[in-house]
Design a protein around this ligand. Structure first.
Ligand SMILES: *[C@@H]1O[C@H](CO)[C@@H](O)[C@H](O)[C@H]1NC(C)=O
Ligand SMILES: *[C@@H]1O[C@H](CO)[C@@H](O)[C@H](O)[C@H]1NC(C)=O
Ligand SMILES: *[C@@H]1O[C@H](CO)[C@@H](O)[C@H](O)[C@H]1NC(C)=O
Ligand SMILES: *[C@@H]1O[C@H](CO)[C@@H](O)[C@H](O)[C@H]1NC(C)=O
Length: 391
């Protein structure tokens, strides 16, 4: 096989690995939260374009049950869901730590993930269901969850995002959206500029226009569970140099500090579906090195949507200078590459100094931030301290 077909096949198989696992259809509350002795509520939030999102809430901690708990919204990244915050034991998982430290914890799930496949009129089997990219997560999913939580609690929110969950916040804030509902935002492994992503998988997907081709073929969901590709995965995992036991590191950078048993839990919940169009959009950004709206691929289509021939750019220098931000990033992260994070930080160079906290960790990769054995002391303690200073 030539380079192109190899990378194509590998890319497809990689993201199809979901089908090799039986994703639990129990609610996350039942399967991951109540099992640890916490109270958990399943909420449904409907977006203005009809998607019905599952949101899990841990209203109190195991021992910390004080009243007047500030709400915090945890927002996962692409190919993930709210399980992101629950992979380790309670003392080492951010959602539980926040609940045990007096927060009212809400965990969002983007459209298309296992908790959020409902819609008021569409089915997830409809192509139209998958006609969105992260822009719609910014315009519809995030505001719907914010409004719901704000309505339920009557308070402003703290926000914690991982990976694509950071882009949703950055893009919102740059348009002055959600700013007056946010007390502060902690952004782990920021995804903003992606031109220097070093992971070969997103790069191969972008270079080969894999998602674009799938989209043209009418594949709305990237990648649907239960498809035939899962069967192929087993075979491909036996081919060097792909070591499926370590796919996570291959895709997202060599993690320093994740226990093998934590990977097992991870693989029961990831990867989750996203839309093919979203992957097309992210591939466009990776190739262009910018943060632009979706490119319809020809000038007249773009004109129809944007009134100009090229997609408009998000301008992160417009993020209000006084919104408190915590940015955690790692030296081994091959998705949030340090050089791309530097571009983001350059956009934030005029941010008020006392409103920007950086937490750099040389030996951390993308998933260490949410799964590492020592993340509590490396990331969560400083993160909690940051949240507490912004009341
Ligand atoms: C978890 O933390 C609590 C409170 O700090 C402590 O009492 C408990 O022993 C810890 N559990 C484990 C398994 O480390
Ligand atoms: C929540 O929404 C309901 C119904 O729209 C409204 O009556 C209530 O005042 C809202 N609560 C808060 C705290 O915004
Ligand atoms: C935030 O701002 C928007 C529009 O700028 C406004 O509609 C909304 O009521 C504001 N919310 C709060 C909590 O002030
Ligand atoms: C971004 O916004 C800033 C401040 O409004 C402006 O000075 C700058 O030219 C803008 N950059 C781009 C690329 O539009």
């Amino acid at each position: 096989m030539d380079y192109t077909s190899t990378t194509l096949l590998l890319a497809v198989l990689l993201f199809a690995s979901a089908v090799a696992h039986d994703i639990s259809h129990d609610s996350l509350c039942k399967s991951m939260v109540e099992t640890e002795g916490y109270i958990c509520e399943e909420h449904k939030v409907t977006t203005k374009d009809g998607y019905i999102l599952g949101v899990q809430r841990i209203p109190v901690g195991r021992t910390s049950k004080t009243a007047n708990r500030p709400p915090v919204l945890l927002q996962h990244g692409i190919f993930m869901d709210a399980a992101t915050w629950l992979f380790n034991s309670p003392n080492k998982s951010l959602a539980f730590i926040l609940a045990d430290n007096g927060f009212d914890v809400w965990m969002g799930n983007n459209r298309g993930t296992i908790s959020s496949r409902g819609h008021t009129s569409l089915s997830a089997n409809d192509l139209a269901y998958w006609d969105w990219t992260w822009e719609q997560l910014v315009n519809d999913d995030l505001p719907a969850m914010y409004d719901y939580i704000h309505n339920q609690t009557g308070q402003k929110l703290y926000y914690v995002g991982h990976s694509l969950g950071t882009l949703l916040a950055l893009a919102s804030f740059s348009q002055e959206k959600l700013v007056n509902l946010t007390k502060s935002a902690a952004l782990l492994c920021p995804i903003a500029y992606t031109g220097q992503v070093s992971s070969v998988f997103p790069r191969a997907i972008a270079n080969t226009h894999l998602a674009q081709r799938a989209y043209l073929l009418g594949l709305g969901e990237f990648i649907a569970g239960g498809s035939v590709v899962g069967k192929l995965l087993e075979g491909v995992c036996r081919l060097p140099p792909i070591d499926c036991s370590n796919l996570v590191s291959t895709v997202a950078g060599p993690n320093c500090c994740i226990k093998p048993s934590t990977y097992d839990v991870f693989l029961e919940h990831a990867p989750q579906s996203t839309s093919t169009k979203n992957v097309v959009h992210l591939s466009q950004m990776l190739l262009a090195g910018n943060i632009a709206k979706y490119d319809y691929g020809d000038e007249s289509e773009n004109k129809k949507h944007y009134g100009q021939g090229t997609p408009p750019l998000y301008n992160l220098t417009r993020i209000p200078k006084d919104i408190p931000l915590f940015i955690g990033y790692g030296g081994k992260d091959s998705l949030s590459d340090v050089n791309d994070v530097k571009l983001l930080l350059d956009n934030l160079k005029d941010h008020q100094k006392d409103k920007l906290v950086l937490q750099y960790r040389d030996d951390y990769a993308h998933f260490d931030f949410v799964m590492a054995e020592n993340a509590e002391s490396v990331v969560y303690d400083p993160l909690l301290a940051f949240l507490r200073t912004q009341t």
